[in-house]
Design a protein around this ligand. Structure first.
Ligand code: ADP
Length: 322
C-alpha cells in the first residue's frame, strides 16, 4: 500500500494532505475555496495544490496510489460526482473524480465528509478495533457515518447516515435547513445553541455569554466558555442540547446496537459539558441491552479526520470488492 492524497473541501478552505499507510500526515496544506468564483476556479486551485504537494514531497503518479475527496453534501460515490454541496455554491453535478483522473492519471474517489470522518476514525482513531459504531459530528449541522460489521454503510443512493434528520417532534418544532420541521439537527446543532442563547437574552437573563461576545456574534464556542466559567444559563443550554443529542442517539442506539458512538465536530470540542448530558440521557432512555453495551467517546482525529478518511476511500473500495 502506497501513499495517498486526501482532500477535504469545505465552504471556506480546501485542506490537502499526503497520508501514509499508517494514517500519518506527511505533508499538508490548505487553499481558499473561493466558491463564488465558480467550481472550475476551485478545481484549478485544487489541481495546483496537488502539483505543489507532489513537488514538495517529491512524489508523482507512480508512487501516489490514490486520491480521495470529501465534500459536505450529496455524492454519487460510484461515479465520483458531487451532486449537491449546499455550503459550496455552484457545486451541482460536478464530475470531480474524472476531472482529477484526466489530469493526474491517479485513481480518484469522492464521498461525503462525515462518511469519510467515520472511515478515518475506524482505521486510525476512536473506532480502531470496533466493528459496529456510529461517528457523529455536531457543528453547523449534525451528520453521521455508520459502520456495521466493519464496513461503512452507504445505503442504496449513498445517503445513509443522515442522523440529523431523525424527527424528534410529531409536528411543528424548529425549521430545519432541509425544509422540514422537528429534525434532530434543528434542535441540537450549533445554530440551535445560538438561538437558545439569544432567547435567554431576549427574556432578560443577564447571561455571561452576552458580556463575553461584546459587540461580536454569540457562537457556540462563547456559550461553552461561559459555561466553563460557571455561567448557569450557559450550562443549562449545553445540558438541553446534550439531552437532545442523547435523545436522537437513543433511537440510533436502539436500532443498531453499536459498541461505540464517536462524537466529533466543533461543538463536541466542549468535551464533558456536552458528553455528560448525552451519556445521562442515553442511560435513562435507551433499551437496557443496547445502552449497557455502548460507549460514548470523543472523536480522536479532530480537524484531520476529513483528509485522513478521504485518503482511505480507495482502500475501503478494495475491501468492499468494488
Ligand atoms: P462546520 O459544521 O461548520 O463544518 P465545525 O464542525 O468546525 O464546523 O463546528 C463549528 C462550530 O463549533 C462553531 O459554531 C463553533 O462556535 C463551535 N465550537 C468550536 N469550538 C467549540 C468548543 N470548544 N465548544 C463549543 N463549541 C465550539
Amino acid at each position: 500500500m502506497g501513499k495517498r492524497i486526501g482532500i477535504d473541501v469545505g465552504g471556506t478552505n480546501v485542506k490537502i494532505a499526503l497520508v501514509d499507510e499508517q494514517g500519518k500526515i506527511i505533508y499538508s496544506n490548505s487553499v481558499p475555496t473561493y466558491a463564488k468564483m465558480g467550481y472550475e476556479y476551485t478545481v484549478n486551485n485544487i489541481k495546483q495544490a496537488i502539483r505543489d504537494l507532489m513537488k514538495e514531497t517529491n512524489t508523482n503518479e507512480t508512487n501516489i496510489e490514490a486520491i480521495g475527496f470529501d465534500f459536505p453534501g450529496q455524492i454519487d460515490y460510484q461515479n465520483g460526482i458531487v451532486k449537491l454541496a449546499p455550503n459550496i455554491p455552484g457545486w451541482v453535478n460536478v464530475p470531480i473524480a474524472k476531472m482529477i483522473e484526466d489530469e493526474f492519471h491517479i485513481p480518484t474517489k469522492v464521498d461525503n465528509d462525515v462518511r469519510c470522518a467515520a472511515l478515518g476514525e475506524m482505521k486510525f482513531g476512536a473506532g480502531r478495533g470496533c466493528r459496529n459504531f456510529i461517528c457523529i459530528t455536531v457543528g453547523t449541522g449534525i451528520g453521521s457515518g455508520i459502520v456495521i460489521n466493519g464496513q461503512l454503510v452507504r445505503g442504496c443512493a449513498n445517503a445513509a447516515g443522515e442522523i440529523g434528520h431523525i424527527k424528534l417532534q410529531m409536528k411543528d418544532g424548529p425549521l430545519c435547513g432541509c425544509g422540514d420541521t422537528g429534525c434532530f439537527e434543528a434542535f441540537a446543532s450549533g445554530p440551535a445553541i445560538v438561538a437558545m442563547a439569544q432567547d435567554y437574552i431576549k427574556g432578560g437573563k443577564a447571561a455571561k455569554f452576552s458580556e463575553m461576545a461584546g459587540d461580536g456574534e454569540i457562537t457556540p464556542y462563547i456559550v461553552a466558555k461561559a459555561a466553563e466559567a460557571g455561567d448557569v444559563v450557559a450550562k443549562r443550554i449545553f445540558e438541553t442540547i446534550g439531552e437532545y443529542i442523547g435523545l436522537g442517539l437513543t433511537s440510533v442506539i436502539n436500532l443498531l446496537n453499536p459498541e461505540k458512538v464517536i462524537i466529533g465536530g466543533g461543538v463536541a470540542d466542549s468535551g464533558e459539558l456536552i458528553l455528560e448530558p448525552i451519556r445521562r440521557t442515553i442511560k435513562a432512555r435507551a433499551m437496557k441491552v443496547a445502552r449497557e453495551s455502548v460507549q460514548i467517546v470523543p472523536a480522536e482525529l479532530g480537524n484531520s479526520a476529513g483528509v485522513i478518511g478521504a485518503s482511505m476511500l480507495f482502500e475501503d473500495d478494495k475491501t468492499m470488492g468494488r
